[in-house]
Structures are given as C-alpha cells and as structure tokens.
Design a protein around this ligand. Structure first.
Ligand code: 13P
Ligand code: SF4
Length: 367
C-alpha cells in the first residue's frame, strides 16, 4: 500500500526527542491506546509494545483487548488486517507505515486463487479440497477460505489446522507458503510424493501440473516463499555445528525443507523465544529467523552465559517490518492526541464477513 511521505517536522528528529515525545503521547492517550509489537520489530519500536508476540498470539491478544479504543499494530499489513477483522465494534486499528507489507503475502492474490479453484473445479476435485491460508495473506484470501469451508493457520498452529483439514476433505490447497505447508505435512507423516506445487505463473491452466497429478495429490502447495527465511542453508547449519559442537539449531518453519530437516527444532517466533529462554545456562543457539529477534534474544540471554547467533552471517532483516520506524509511530500518536485517526486499517464488511469465519475456525482449532 502507498504511504504518503511524513510531514517535514518528523524528519531529522533525534532518537532522544522521538523517545520523549512518543512516551508523552502514550501517557496522554493512556488506556485508550494499546500497542502490539511483532517479535521482528526493531528495538526502537518494540520497547513501546504493551504486548509482544508471534502472529497468533497478537491476533488473539488484539481480539481480547475490549477496552482499548485504538490498537497501533507494529507489524505488517496482514497482521493489522487480521486485528481489524477480530476487533470489537468501534475499535480502530492503525498501522504506522502503510508500506509495511509482506513479500510472501503478495505472492498470492485473489484472482490467482480464484483461477486455481476454478481449475480444481474443472479437474473435478474442488468439492473434496479444503483451502487453508497462512495468516500471511490478504484479508480477501481469508474470506475466500472462510467462504469455502477452510481455515487460516499460523506457524504455531499449522499442525493442528492441517490435522483438522485432512479430517474434513480429501485434499488440502495450502497458500501462500509452500515451505510451511510442506514442512508441516512431512512432520504429519505425509511424503513428498503426496504433494504437488501450484505455480500461479505457470503457462498452463493447472499451475504446472497434469490433471492426474492434481487428482493424486493430498497437498497442493502454493509456490510462495519468504525471502528472509529463504536465505538459510544447510551449509550454515554445518558451519555452526563445526564451530560449536554443542550448538542447538532452531529455525522457523518458513525455511526450506532441507534446512528444517538439518535443524534440531523448528517453530514460530514465540516458540523460538521460549526454547531459548527456557534452555539451561550456558546453552549455545544458532537461529534461523529474522535478525532483530535473534539479536534481542542474544542480548537478553547474555546474563545466563548463553550464546545466541543468527545462522546467516550477512544479517537478514525483514525489510518490510523495518518500515515501522519511530518517526511514523510518533506521527500516528500525535494525530491520535489531536483527535485524528491516520493510517487506519479497515477491512470492508463484505470481506470481513467471511474472513472472520476462517480466523475463528483457526482459533477454535488451536485454542
Ligand atoms: P510467526 O507467526 O512465527 O510470528 O511468523 C510470522 C512471520 O511472518 C514469520 O516470517
Ligand atoms: Fe513476510 Fe518473510 Fe517478513 Fe515474515 S519475514 S513478514 S513472511 S517477508
């Protein structure tokens, strides 16, 4: 989405001035305001978060904040949309920088998903297919899933959602992250032979597959990926093990299959944090996820003599998460103090109507 440039007065403010003014504005707004922060947010932002978490925790926490009039979501666009769909009537969700999107979420759009579904109908398999969308997707894809009897999932509850989905139908159409779908299905005991990849940019009408292959598949995995997690490799894991023979390797399930297989464990950003925090003093951790979270854990766990480092030596920030910068936060706060709501994320009612079914289904399944 397009973000208009910040007013001149917000450019060039020192970190101290930004901090003082953000703190003051939060005080003025008091309990009318709540700030949610995803684990990938930079330190200069996450310090203001009333609640921090992975995408599932934040979606649930946001929904439970009945008192707050304003929810400032320090994360990316799809997270703010989900918060708006789950919000109480009258609550306003604000994304400080509208250009904070997710490149993976952009790899599937509603026209492509509808075209895929049409092709599955043509192949005679749509009525036995359950669509599941990763929460990293636009609200209209969640609505599509809600309309067609499917569910949303996040990285923390994907196993539970897929277990539910395979009990509902013969096949699963999973979008937009092929890796989360594949890693979870493999962990459930399915084999690669039971999966096909749907390429929305294929020249044919069947995502690069034959109709027979689609009919035979249990999982149809959308050809999408995260460019941040795509950087992690098995070689990096081998090097980490050579350097620290007792290292434990944990990665996010958006990593490629061979990387997840070579790691000791994998899970959502919340799980990664929990594993590291709960490990014995002196533990060594190599982590395959975004650098802001890894650096924060490294700093925090130093006092317990733990070494925590990122598998990728050439830093890997999520550039879109990084777009939530202190001047943007101050700008939306100043406007709220003055009675103006800027950068509100509003999912149209006709989309929210079906999207909420798919989000609530996930919450029912995952608890
Ligand atoms: P989590 O649900 O683990 O927070 O993941 C969100 C995400 O976008 C990871 O890249
Ligand atoms: Fe999207 Fe990847 Fe950034 Fe997560 S890390 S928000 S999947 S681009």
């Amino acid at each position: 989405m397009f973000q208009s440039p910040l007013p001149q007065e917000y450019l060039g403010l020192s970190p101290e001035v930004l901090h003082d003014r953000i703190t003051q504005a939060r005080k003025v707004l008091g309990r009318r305001l709540v700030i949610l922060g995803h684990h990938y947010q930079r330190d200069e932002i996450i310090q203001y978060a009333d609640y921090r978490g992975d995408s599932y925790k934040l979606a649930k926490e946001g929904a439970a904040l009945a008192d707050a009039e304003f929810i400032i979501f320090c994360g990316v666009h799809f997270m703010a949309e989900s918060a708006d769909i789950l919000a109480q009537p009258g609550q306003k969700v604000i994304l400080p920088n509208l250009s904070a999107g997710c490149s993976m979420a952009d790899m599937a759009n509603i026209f492509q998903v509808r075209a895929c579904w049409k092709a599955l109908e043509k192949a005679g398999i749509a009525d036995v297919t359950v669509p599941v969308t990763y929460i990293n997707s636009a609200a209209n894809l969640k609505a599509f899933v809600g309309e067609n009897g499917g569910s949303v999932c996040t990285s923390s509850n994907c196993p539970a959602v897929l277990k539910w989905a395979v009990a509902q139908g013969e096949k699963i159409l999973f979008f937009p992250d092929q890796h989360l779908g594949r890693n979870t299905a493999l962990a459930m005991g399915y084999t690669l032979e039971e999966m096909v990849v749907w390429d929305p940019n294929a020249d044919d009408n069947f995502g690069g597959n034959t109709v027979e292959a689609l009919k035979a598949a249990k999982f149809i995995l959308w050809k999408g990926h995260c460019s941040v997690h795509g950087r992690f490799t098995v070689k990096q894991i081998e090097l980490a093990r050579q350097k620290y023979p007792t290292v434990r390797v944990v990665v996010h399930p958006e990593c490629r299959q061979e990387v997840v297989a070579a790691a000791d464990d994998y899970g959502s950003t919340e799980k990664i944090q929990k594993l590291i925090r709960e490990s014995p003093n002196g533990s060594i951790w190599a982590v395959g996820t975004e650098i802001n979270q890894v650096n924060r854990l490294a700093e925090e766990q130093k006092e317990f003599d733990k070494i925590v480092f990122c598998l990728d030596p050439i830093v890997c920030p999520c550039s879109t998460m990084y777009r939530i910068a202190p001047p943007f936060l101050l700008w939306v706060l100043d406007n709220l103090v003055e009675g103006n709501v800027v950068n509100e994320i509003v999912v149209p009612d006709e989309i929210a109507f079906d999207a909420i079914k798919a989000l609530n289904r996930m919450i029912e399944i995952a608890g």
